[in-house]
Design a protein around this ligand. Structure first.
Ligand SMILES: Nc1ncnc2c1ncn2[C@@H]1O[C@H](COP(=O)(O)OP(=O)(O)OP(=O)(O)O)[C@@H](O)[C@H]1O
Ligand SMILES: [Mg+2]
Length: 366
């Protein structure tokens, strides 16, 4: 029988960073939580602008491979930007100094996220990385991410008591800065806990084959079971949740994140039907384990015959031309755009037909 459990807002709240971090501080990466004022949250939610707050600059480097002459042009554009940056930009000087201070306290580079999500769909705007060394990089990533918007508006979407009082807009939003750690993706594991028992473990980087995991799978499953039984299960108050764990080089485990037990969390090598039903299908690339000496679970991993898959975040990318234009970072494209616009205006004022049509730009350079 299908026994989908019901997810409550409290289960989602338990997975919020500032709720679990104080409990598990000694088992996770050092982090700083900065409560966010409403005006910054509104700024993040505004559509159609990539305008950065006053006083922050970023070096968007989407043009790797350009000739040095073109790179010099970019420098010039950013110099111009610096002179005119004050016009119309929002001002968040308190937040900017809090971020600057946190980055310094955390060793100079950080991993940013909000209560639940990181802006990993937006890494293309930050040299394909979530590593941030300045407030500008943090803010640009947050502002460009659909996953962050989801945290701000829809965190309780799948809860069966979501219409009861205390919606996501009543929550004081938070920015989380975590000390940057060079994590090896093959050492991350996602563990699915149902009724306080570990039901499934999936390799976190599930599209890649790691021979280490293949060799050590039985031992890894035992270690992950022990960690959850001894460190996590009694202290985490939800019955059902998903925890991401990382095995460090010294053999100890780190908690990377807690996630709600539901479809907003990626089931990786499982399906949510299986997990919610509690009955796992047999699977060739898996080993069975026993949790707490009695219940059965399954550890799934990618096999050596898995094919290389494209990035799962490709669909979140914005056309690079749009980014260049909206940030004013490519003068040549901007001139082309203005030329196209001027031609179009001339065309529409001389035409009787009001249906506007774009003309192809004249690409000959002045
Ligand atoms: N402090 C850190 N330094 C460097 N990389 C990190 C750090 N914390 C997390 N990561 C990497 O980023 C990935 C995503 O982190 P995290 O799970 O916190 O984000 P998330 O948005 O909640 O992800 P998901 O949606 O999959 O739950 C991790 O799997 C890990 O590889
Ligand atoms: Mg997560």
């Amino acid at each position: 029988m299908f026994t989908a459990h019901s997810m409550k807002k409290q289960d989602v709240l338990n997975c919020r960073f500032s709720n679990w971090y104080p409990i598990f501080k000694q088992y996770t990466i050092k982090s700083v939580v900065i409560p966010l004022e409403n005006d910054f949250v509104s700024y993040l939610q505004e559509l159609g602008t990539l305008m950065l707050p006053r006083g922050v600059q970023v070096n968007i480097n989407l043009w790797k491979g350009n000739s040095s002459e073109e790179e010099e042009q970019e420098e010039d554009v950013w110099e111009d930007e610096k002179e005119t940056e004050n016009s119309g930009s929002p001002e968040f000087s308190k937040l900017i100094s809090q971020i600057t201070e946190a980055i310094a306290n955390l060793g100079g580079s950080v991993f940013p996220k909000m209560g639940w999500s990181s802006p990993k769909d937006a890494i293309w705007i930050n040299n394909n990385s979530l590593k941030c060394c300045s407030p500008g990089e943090v803010i640009l990533l947050l502002k460009s991410s659909d996953f962050i918007s989801h945290d701000l508006t829809s965190a309780f979407k799948l809860c069966d008591n979501q219409s009861s009082s205390g919606g996501v807009s009543d929550i004081k939003q938070e920015l989380v800065l975590r000390k940057w750690a060079n994590l090896f993706p093959g050492m991350e594991f996602r563990c699915f806990i149902k009724n306080k028992k570990l039901l499934g473990i999936s390799q976190r980087d599930h599209k890649q084959y790691y021979d280490y995991i293949d060799r050590e799978k039985e031992q890894l499953a035992v270690e992950l079971c022990n960690f959850i039984e001894q460190v996590v299960a009694e202290k985490f108050s939800s019955q059902n949740y998903v925890i991401d764990l990382y095995k460090k080089r010294n053999g100890e485990y780190w908690i990377i994140d807690f996630n709600p037990f539901g479809e907003m969390t990626d089931a990786l090598l499982f399906t949510w039907n299986e997990l919610q039903d509690g009955k796992l299908n047999s699977c060739e690339d898996s080993v069975d384990f026993k949790f707490a000496g009695d219940t059965n679970g399954q550890f799934r991993f990618a096999s050596s015959t898995s094919t290389l898959q494209p990035s799962e975040f490709l669909s979140y990318r914005m056309p690079v031309d749009f980014v260049h234009l909206s940030t004013g970072a490519d003068a040549t494209k901007f001139v082309d755009f203005l030329r196209m616009k001027t031609q179009n205006d001339q065309q529409s004022s001389s035409d009787d037909d009001s249906d506007q049509q774009w003309r192809l730009p004249d690409t000959s350079k002045p």
